[in-house]
Structures are given as C-alpha cells and as structure tokens.
Design a protein around this ligand. Structure first.
Ligand SMILES: CC(C)(COP(=O)(O)OP(=O)(O)OC[C@H]1O[C@@H](n2cnc3c(N)ncnc32)[C@H](O)[C@@H]1OP(=O)(O)O)[C@@H](O)C(=O)NCCC(=O)NCCS
Length: 150
C-alpha cells in the first residue's frame, strides 16, 4: 500500500549533531566542496561540540544525514555557517528549514541580526539567502589570517 504523506514526513527531521554523524557530515561537506580536510577531523568536531552543541544541526531522512548547518553566537551577532545539503536532496527546501531552525535557536539566545559569509561566485547560496529575505552586501570584504578564508 502507498505511504500516506504523514508517514513520509515523519521520516525526515532536524536534530542536533552527535559524534556518530561525523563521517556522514564530513562526506557531505566534501561533496559540496565546503570543507578543507583539516576542518573535518574528528577532533575539530569534538571541539565544536564543546562550544555550542545546540547550534550544530543536521537534517536526516530515514536516519541518514543529508543536510547541515552551524550557528554562531558571540553575544553580539548571530552567524550561519556550514549550510550544506547533499546534492541528491537539493531544491527540496531542506536548507531553508535548517536556516529557519538555527535562526529560531539563535533568536532565543538574543540574536537579532543574522549573517553568513558567502564566496562571491556562489550563486546557489546567494539565491537561497535572498529567497529567505537576506540582503546581499557586495561592499564588504573579509580579511583572514592563518589559512584559507572560510
Ligand atoms: C546552497 C544550498 C545549501 C541550498 O540548499 P537547498 O536545500 O537546495 O535549498 P532550498 O531547497 O531550501 O532552496 C530555497 C530556495 O533557494 C534558491 N536556490 C536554492 N538553490 C539554488 C540554485 N542552485 N540555483 C538558484 N536558486 C537556488 C531557490 O529560490 C530555492 O527555492 P525553489 O527551489 O522553490 O526555487 C545547497 O545548494 C548547497 O549545499 N550548496 C553547496 C554548499 C554551499 O555552497 N553552501 C553555502 C555556503 S555559504
């Protein structure tokens, strides 16, 4: 018998990252070209967990991680990092849902302004943030020390 929509919906959920997800997350980041290998080591994930466990979220379907987002809160600005969706699952609204949830959590901590860093030729990301009501600030440059920019 065909599955009813409610059953299909219950196969997908947003939850906090746990260390067991580490390989699947690193794999997605590698697939979409988001992470330098040095940023995907187990130790890096363990450190991140110590800082803000409740802001590292994954989207899972049938117990498989297909999307990620990390929120950053410094008491002043709220940041959105590592928004990534497995190419097989893109254009299904997954990133939009992850951003809505991380934004809700950042707001609960006091965040009012939300920001993300985007490489200037990343049209998918620019278009997605625009579709969610973010404005693009072409006049801002980022400076970085000790490594790649992102
Ligand atoms: C950017 C990214 C996270 C979007 O994920 P997604 O789950 O496909 O996004 P959504 O389905 O929520 O898209 C919402 C809207 O954003 C826009 N959008 C998303 N991807 C787009 C694309 N490739 N081209 C144009 N517009 C796009 C559309 O308006 C879309 O709505 P629609 O599908 O109804 O037209 C995904 O493409 C990705 O993982 N890219 C590689 C990693 C990356 O660059 N991350 C951003 C770092 S700043």
């Amino acid at each position: 018998m065909a599955k009813r929509p409610q059953q299909l919906l219950s196969r997908a959920k947003i939850r906090e990252f746990i260390m067991k997800d580490y390989k699947e997350v690193a794999e997605i980041w590698e697939k979409v070209g988001l992470a330098a290998k040095s940023e995907s080591t187990k130790d890096v994930f363990i450190e991140q967990q110590k800082v803000a466990k409740d802001l590292f979220l994954v989207y899972e379907i049938d117990k498989k991680v297909v999307g990620t987002v990390i929120g950053g809160w410094d008491g002043w600005r709220a940041w959105i990092y590592r928004i990534a969706v497995d190419p097989k699952h893109q254009r299904n609204g997954i990133a939009s849902k992850l951003i809505a949830e991380v934004t809700r959590r950042l707001s609960a901590k006091g965040g009012k302004k939300f920001r993300a860093l985007i490489v200037s030729d990343n049209t998918a990301s620019k278009s997605m943030f625009k579709s969610l009501g973010f404005s693009i600030h072409e006049n801002i440059l980022m400076v970085a020390k000790n490594g790649d920019c992102c």
